[in-house]
Design a protein around this ligand. Structure first.
Ligand code: PMP
Length: 431
């Protein structure tokens, strides 16, 4: 595989951009090798600067649920561009998308648009603090909520991959208000609540975490959290930046039938443009400026081009429930194929799957939290990643990520991926 242009660009990039990339995991540090510089994407495929083609299982880390460069979204963006790129004033599209989000996501009665998942979670915590008059919040080990200071403590995703789950630069003062709990453990939450009674503003979690690799909630866990939060007056926040509009049109909260007080959204909501949102109960959201005292703003928030892409995406998902049926089928077929190959080779690696999200962990232990996720063999994952890449399949370059499938994957492509998996896994077990 010739990747000389990607190599040249990466060398050049390192002179001007920290680590040569604008988001850490893109540097392939955890898996070795040179990151690929992508020139274009279409449907199920990515194309690098050297003209290589890859079947794609990340989909821009989630947003491209219908595959890349979908004509419907492309046309909506072009049409919006003809009317100007930013106004810094309210638009009809913002009203339309807000109404749509409220109708789709069970917990959301009012919603504020922002520009990223990071902004959504930072703002949601501030609002929860303003609403309750309390300072502390609970976060789960290995969950990732963007790069806001108070979340970079036992953080998942790139922070976990790079070995920096507790980032320098976060003050002790900030860190002391972030209380950590293991995922899937209600007893630990009860203990934290008892030790900090009346001081906890919020409990934030990824209801189905994808940032330490994909983990699933134990039976009754989310409802258990709901009950504790209701009892203690704690604002329950589901961070559905990954799971929103993916696991169901109303996200994990719809799928599991548990309604949080607030929800943070990102990725799919922007149809590939930089968008995030936070929303929730009216009485909580009324605390947001200008209706309330909690300040939060954005020069480009509700940007007309981004709203056009997001609206088109959400409208499509809202009116095409068959998208979810197909996504679930794709997830099941692909992981069945991978699992069958593993079994034939006597390998018992853990596969966690929910809908169109999955992770293959290089361990045979059950993975259900941060501690168990860390048992996966990252060296082995790195070899697997490279072997798959050489066979034209582009995975997330870290063991601690979920893969995101799109409707662009045909049954034929699924077979191609399973075949690539078979020869990759055989290759890495040769020695
Ligand atoms: N929350 C979750 C659950 C995420 O997965 C991410 C990003 N992967 C974020 C928040 C942050 O979103 P962004 O990268 O858009 O700031």
């Amino acid at each position: 595989m010739n990747i000389s242009e990607s190599k040249r660009l990466f060398n050049e990039a390192q002179n001007f951009i920290p680590g040569g990339v604008n988001s850490p995991v893109r540097a392939f540090k955890a898996v070795g090798g040179n990151p690929l510089f992508i020139k274009k994407a279409n449907g199920a495929y990515l194309y690098d600067e050297d003209g290589n083609q890859y079947i794609e299982l990340i989909n821009s880390w989630g947003p491209m649920i219908l595959g890349h460069n979908h004509p419907m979204i492309r046309e909506a963006v072009i049409k919006a561009m003809e009317e100007g790129t930013s106004f810094g004033a309210p638009t009809a599209k913002e009203v339309e998308i807000a109404e749509l989000i409220v109708s789709m996501v069970p917990s959301v009665e009012k919603v504020r648009m922002v520009n990223s998942g990071t902004e959504a979670t930072m703002s949601a915590i501030r609002v929860a603090r303003g609403y309750t008059g309390r300072d502390k919040f609970i976060k789960m080990e290995g969950h990732y909520h963007g790069h806001g200071d108070s979340f970079l403590i036992a953080a998942g995703s790139g922070a976990m991959t790079m070995g920096d789950p507790d980032s320098p630069g976060v003050t002790k003062g900030t860190a002391k208000d972030t209380l950590l709990a293991p995922y899937n453990n209600l007893e630990a939450i009860e203990k934290l609540v008892e030790a900090n009674r009346g001081e906890i503003a919020a409990l934030i979690l990824e209801p189905v975490p994808g940032n330490m690799g994909l983990c699933l909630p134990n039976e009754g866990y989310l409802q258990g959290l709901r009950d504790i939060c209701t009892r203690e007056g704690i604002v329950l926040i589901f961070d559905e930046v990954m799971t929103g509009f993916r696991l169901a049109k109303g996200g994990a909260q719809e799928l599991f039938g548990v309604t949080p007080d607030m929800t943070t959204l990102g990725k799919i909501i922007g149809g590939g443009m930089p968008v995030g949102a936070y929303g929730g109960k009216k009485e909580i959201m009324e605390f947001v400026s200008p209706s309330g005292p909690v300040y939060q703003a954005g020069t480009l928030s509700g940007n007309p081009i981004a709203m056009a892409a997001g609206l088109t995406m959400l409208n499509h998902l809202n009116s095409h429930p068959e998208v979810y049926t197909r996504l679930n089928e794709i997830g099941q077929k692909l992981t069945d194929g991978i699992g069958k190959v593993n079994q034939e080779l006597g390998l018992d690696y853990t596969i966690n799957l929910l809908g169109s999200m999955y992770s293959l962990f290089f361990t045979n232990e059950e993975i259900h939290d941060f501690e168990t996720a860390k048992k996966a063999n990252t060296g082995m994952f790195g070899k697997y990643f490279q072997a798959m890449l050489h066979r034209g399949v582009y995975l997330a370059p870290s063991q601690f990520e979920s893969l995101f499938l799109s409707t662009a994957l045909t049954d034929e492509l699924i077979e191609t991926i399973v075949t690539a998996h078979k020869s990759s896994i055989q290759e890495i077990h040769k020695n």
